[in-house]
Design a protein around this ligand. Structure first.
Ligand code: 6PG
Length: 469
């Protein structure tokens, strides 16, 4: 093997890494993988078929020497300490101006730290969010790179070739400086949590309220996926409802334990939204619901103590019609909150994010891809200064047409004891965001009462304090 002949290096040949590197090779870039696990190395070589196009090694110097200069090395390893360990192991073998790309779900401040550290050693480093799971990595993910635009330019042709395409446009774009790529991917995942929670709670509602069986749920979600709710998550939900249990016990979805796990990106989205002072209650409650789901034993005990009473719903077709509108409403509200967070974070961290561009690269390849993103991209293209989707005339119309259904469904769910916090929070967020006056004047009065925290007035400038007692 001749040294310095491979265009692209990839560290971490797990499912994502293997699929990504095969995708690179399919696009006529010679790729070289590295993993400490010899089985992963040999299975990639076998699957690649031609070592002049895809090769791999468990030896780090063989790997690094195989790559052309400046080296482009992407890491697809679990976020956290492993990323630092891989960087340390690569460093002695690298040359000035080589480029390391972290393609994992790293926390954005870790990316900033690593970029500064590697810069001091003459090495380029940037984070690139990659969405789409194993299938996306193999056939076209959505990619969200940030960091040095000069370093990104070196990798751009490869990323544009491997990314998903929407109407021929690659679903990859330079997000902005520093950790912009990881930040955008984090918020993508927050929105993902929101949409997943919503699709799950509407399933609960239809199952109990219809009542709809799995075959009917498959029909309804498939139908929704042919309309304005078209999205990857609605599409796969429809497929899930018709999957039989491999153990022959009916349908698989009914056999899956109702405890949802999480790797942390949704929680980070909420935590950071609170840090920068942007409300994203639909996403917050989606994280909380995963936490409530994990309390299975406690829930089972509590369920024996509290009776819900009788269930009372409108007839099936009517319920499905209201649900379609309410889900559309809540989907919009979820994207609106995530986009609002991105807008604020862009100012806070100097990311220079282009929201229309972000919505565009989410239209294919990623987990939150949806027809709605086309409208979102248009709204931000028409008004680049738009702070919240709710203020866009096109969305005002959509919201006005569906808010009534959301209210109706919230009432139904509350009366029947069906937990739909994603929908409830979306509606409350909408009602609060569109209230010229909120009762938080009382909170200000209370704060001043017990702690002399002062308040402002509606009718004159200044800071006031009252001796309340
Ligand atoms: C994607 C996903 C992916 C994420 C999984 C699991 O865009 O491809 O967001 O990056 O890791 O969805 O996330 P949780 O384990 O937190 O549900």
């Amino acid at each position: 093997m001749q040294n310095n002949t491979y265009d692209f290096g990839l560290v971490g040949l797990g499912v994502m890494g293997r699929n990504f590197i095969l995708n690179v090779a399919d696009n006529n870039y010679k790729a070289f993988g590295y993993d400490l696990d010899p089985d992963k190395v040999s299975s990639l070589i076998k699957e690649g078929g031609d070592i002049s196009k895809v090769n791999a090694s468990g030896d780090i110097s063989t790997f690094v020497n195989a790559l052309s200069l400046p080296r482009k090395i992407m890491l697809l390893v679990p976020a956290g300490k492993i990323v630092d360990a891989v960087i340390e192991s690569l460093l002695p073998h690298l040359s000035a101006n080589d480029i390391i790309i972290d393609g994992g779900n790293s926390f954005f401040t870790d990316t900033d730290r690593r970029e500064a550290y590697l810069q001091s050693k003459g090495i380029n480093f940037f984070g690139a969010g990659v969405s789409g799971g194993a299938e996306g990595a193999r056939n076209g993910p959505s990619i969200m790179p940030g960091g040095s635009s000069k370093a990104y330019k070196e990798v751009q042709p490869i990323f544009e070739a491997v990314a998903a395409k929407f109407n021929g446009e690659p679903c990859v774009a330079y997000m902005g400086p520093k950790s912009a790529g990881n930040y955008v991917k984090m918020v993508h995942n927050g929105i993902e949590y929101g949409l997943m929670q919503l699709t799950a709670e509407f399933y609960d509602l239809l199952q109990k309220g219809g009542p709809l069986n799995n075959a009917e749920l498959h029909e309804v979600y498939s139908e929704w996926n042919r309309g304005r709710l078209q999205s990857f998550l609605v599409e796969i939900s429809a497929e899930i409802f018709e999957k039989e249990d491999p153990f022959g016990q009916g349908m698989l979805v009914d056999k899956i334990l109702d405890k949802a796990r999480q790797k942390g990106t949704g929680k980070w989205t909420s935590q950071n939204a609170m840090d920068i002072g942007i409300p994203i209650p639909t996403i917050d409650v989606s994280v909380s619901m995963r936490e409530i789901s994990a309390l299975k034993q406690e829930r089972m005990l509590a369920a024996t103590r509290y009776d819900r009473g009788s269930i009372n719903f409108p007839e099936k077709e009517k319920l499905i019609t209201i649900a379609e509108k309410a889900l559309y409403f809540a989907f919009i509200l979820t994207y609106a909150q995530g986009m609002h967070q991105l807008k604020a974070a862009s100012n806070e961290y100097g990311y220079e994010l282009k929201l229309a561009g972000i919505a565009k690269i989410w239209r294919a390849g990623c987990i939150i891809r949806a027809t709605l993103l086309e409208d979102i991209a248009n709204a931000y293209e028409e008004d680049t200064g738009l702070t919240n989707l709710l203020l866009s005339p096109a969305f005002e119309e959509k919201i006005k047409n569906t808010a009534g259904a959301a209210r109706e469904l919230v009432t139904l769910a509350a009366n029947n004891g069906i937990p739909m916090p994603g929908l409830f929070n979306s509606l409350s967020y909408f009602d609060a965001y569109t209230s010229a006056r909120l009762p938080l004047n009382l909170i200000q009065a209370q704060r001043d009462y017990f702690g002399s925290h002062t308040y402002e007035r509606t009718d004159r400038e200044g800071i006031f304090h009252t001796d309340w007692s």
